[in-house]
Design a protein around this ligand. Sequence first.
Ligand SMILES: C[S@@+](CC[C@H](N)C(=O)[O-])C[C@H]1O[C@@H](n2cnc3c(N)ncnc32)[C@H](O)[C@@H]1O
Length: 171
Amino acid sequence: GGDPGVFAMATAVLEAASVEEHADVPVRVLPAVTAANAAAARAGAPLGHDYAALSLSDRLKPWEVIAERLRAAAGADLVLALYNPGSGSRTWQVGKARELLLEHRAPDTPVVVARDVGGSGERVRIVRLAELDPAEVDMRTILLVGSSQTRVVRRGDGEEVVWTPRRYPET
Ligand SMILES: C[S@@+](CC[C@H](N)C(=O)[O-])C[C@H]1O[C@@H](n2cnc3c(N)ncnc32)[C@H](O)[C@@H]1O
């Protein structure tokens, strides 16, 4: 699902196609809507300013690399799109990521918890970073963690929307 070039199979296909014996196999990568964009649109416009996309899966890279990147992106005040946050067998990563992010972000930083966007099990919630519950996250969930500038506004219809201003303070 989503975009084949984002944490997905296009790169695996190109890796296989890069060996000499497959040099003549044609490969075409077709773009699609990635989960971060689909989830962002449901919640409002949280990706309206600079953001980083990270996978929390430590199956193909060590957790130390993930932690270092989380620290760097959080320290740079980027909005974060966290793919692969957890699964039945990867249960501690979200709690650990929350701990790391809280070293740089306020406890009331908005987090969009979006599950199965576009599917029959779609559920999109906005929670505070301090209240992010790892038990609510599965392999069909993406997390969008706000920056220091990301706002949550309750509109006339009672619905909450999340957006990150295009303008940064002092500009
Ligand atoms: C292996 S990655 C594939 C990403 C996909 N290629 C994309 O562009 O969205 C799987 C992760 O993408 C996210 N994801 C994919 N589809 C989703 C959906 N419909 N709703 C929420 N998150 C989704 C989840 O974080 C999931 O763990």
